[in-house]
Design a protein around this ligand. Structure first.
Ligand SMILES: *Cc1c(COP(=O)(O)O)cnc(C)c1O
Length: 379
C-alpha cells in the first residue's frame, strides 16, 4: 500500500462529485443566469415540491440556511423569551446559538453512548414543567430514538423540533411505520450546507411541518413577515433560498438515494474491517431507524489513543475529525457548571473517518489497513 497511489483523501470530496454531475448542473445554473431570476421564484417552488414529495412532508418551506431554519421554527411555535428548551449537550452549536439569541433558557441533556443521541430517559432527567420544547438532532445521519419522545411530548404539550441537518433521507420507525426524519416532530429543519448529504453550492436550508398553521407562519417569517408583497403581517427576517441553489439542489435530489447507498456501502466496508479491532467501537446500528452516514464515527476507549491515532493517520495523509471535542456547556458563551458523563466521555472518544460519495475501495482499504497498522504497532 503506497500513499502516492492516491490523490489526497478528503473528509468530503465535493470536487469529484461535481465533476460527475457537472453537465446537468451547469445547464441549470446557466438557465438561472439567463432568466436573471436569483431569489426564490418557480425553481425554488419546484424544488420545495420535489423535496416535500421525496420526504412525504405536507409542507416544505425553504430558507437561507439550517441555523435560520432552527430560529424560524422556534419563533413559529411561539416560544417566548425565558422559556426553557431541552437540547443535547453533544451536538453542533447551531441550535444553542439560536436559543440564546432568542433569549430562551437552554437546558442541556446527556446522550446515550451508543447512539450519541438523547433518549427519553435523558430528557426526563432534566425536564421541569417550564420546559416548552425539545430539540432532537439526528446526529451523524442516524435517526434518533424518537418514538417514545414523541409520545411523551404529545401527552405533555411539549413541542418537538427535529434538527435534520445531518440525516436527510434517514427514516425512523414510529407506530410501526417508517417515516422520514424531519417530518415526525412538530417542525423539522435541515441544512443544505455544501458538505451535508444534500448540499448546495452555498448556504441553504428548509423547514418541514405537517401543520397548516405553522407552514403559513414559517413562510411569512422567512420573507419579511409578508403575506403578499409589501403587506407585512408579522415581524419577519430575510432568510430565503437562492434560485441557483434550488436549481442545483433539484438536480442533486434525484441522486440522493444513490448518494445514501454509496455512503452506506462505505460504512459497511468500514464495519467489516474495523469490527475485527477490539480496541475500537464501530458505529451502533439502531433497529428503529436507518443511518445515512453523514459521518462514520468510531470510538476509542482512551482519549490519548484517539489523539495518537488521529496523528498517525494524518502522517499517512488520512484526514479525520473530532465531532465534537467539547460539550456545549463548556463553550465560553454557553457555559453552565454542570457535568454530563456520557457527553464528556464521547468528546474524548469519538473520531470521524472520511466518508463521502466518491470514496473508492482502494482508499477505504488503505484507511482500514492504516488503522490496523496503528494498533498492531501498539500491541
Ligand atoms: C450543519 C448543521 C446546522 C447548521 O446548518 P447551516 O446551514 O450551516 O446553518 C445545524 N445543525 C446541525 C446538526 C448541523 O449539522
Amino acid at each position: 500500500m503506497e500513499e502516492f497511489l492516491f490523490n489526497q483523501i478528503q473528509m468530503v470530496d465535493l470536487q469529484k462529485q461535481y465533476q460527475r454531475l457537472s453537465v446537468e448542473i451547469d445547464a441549470e445554473i446557466k438557465s438561472c443566469m439567463q432568466s436573471a431570476h436569483f431569489i426564490q421564484g418557480q425553481k425554488v417552488r419546484d424544488f420545495e415540491i420535489a423535496l416535500g414529495q421525496y420526504l412525504n412532508s405536507q409542507h416544505t418551506i425553504s430558507c437561507g440556511n439550517g441555523t435560520d431554519a432552527l430560529m424560524l421554527a422556534c419563533i413559529a411555535l411561539g416560544l417566548q423569551r425565558g422559556d426553557k428548551v431541552i437540547v443535547p449537550a453533544f451536538t453542533y452549536i447551531a441550535c444553542v446559538e439560536v436559543l440564546y439569541l432568542l433569549g430562551m433558557q437552554v437546558v442541556f441533556c446527556d446522550v446515550d453512548e451508543n447512539t450519541f443521541m438523547p433518549q427519553l430517559e435523558h430528557i426526563l432527567e432534566v425536564y421541569t414543567p417550564e420546559c416548552k420544547a425539545v430539540i432532537i438532532v439526528h446526529l451523524y445521519g442516524q435517526g434518533a430514538e424518537i418514538e417514545p419522545i414523541m409520545k411523551w411530548a404529545l401527552q405533555n404539550n411539549i413541542y418537538v423540533i427535529e434538527d435534520n441537518a445531518q440525516a436527510i433521507g434517514a427514516q425512523c420507525r414510529i407506530d410501526n411505520q417508517w417515516k422520514y426524519t424531519g417530518t415526525i416532530g412538530h417542525i423539522g429543519t435541515t441544512s443544505f450546507f455544501p458538505s451535508k448529504n444534500l448540499g448546495a453550492f452555498g448556504d441553504g436550508g428548509a423547514l418541514f411541518t405537517q401543520y397548516n398553521l405553522w407552514a403559513k407562519s414559517l413562510r411569512m417569517l422567512a420573507n419579511h413577515g409578508q403575506s403578499e408583497k409589501y403587506i407585512h403581517d408579522i415581524v419577519g427576517v430575510n432568510s430565503r433560498l437562492d434560485t441557483i441553489q434550488a436549481a442545483i439542489l433539484d438536480v442533486k435530489l434525484k441522486y440522493l438515494d444513490e448518494f445514501t447507498r454509496k455512503r452506506q456501502s462505505v460504512a459497511n466496508q468500514y464495519d467489516d474491517f474495523l469490527s475485527q479491532i477490539d480496541t475500537l467501537k464501530t458505529p451502533f446500528r439502531n433497529d428503529n431507524s436507518t443511518h445515512v452516514f453523514h459521518q462514520y464515527t468510531i470510538r476509542l476507549e482512551q482519549e490519548k489513543t484517539r489523539n495518537d491515532l488521529q496523528i498517525f493517520l494524518k502522517n499517512k495523509n488520512i484526514p479525520s475529525v473530532v465531532y465534537y471535542p467539547m460539550p456545549i456547556y463548556k463553550q465560553r458563551p454557553y457555559y453552565q457548571a454542570i457535568s454530563l458523563p456520557h457527553t464528556e466521555r464521547l468528546c474524548a472518544q469519538v473520531l470521524s473517518l472520511p466518508i463521502h460519495t466518491e470514496l473508492n475501495e482502494q482508499e477505504i482499504s488503505y484507511i482500514c489497513e492504516s488503522i490496523k497498522l496503528f494498533f498492531d504497532a501498539k500491541s
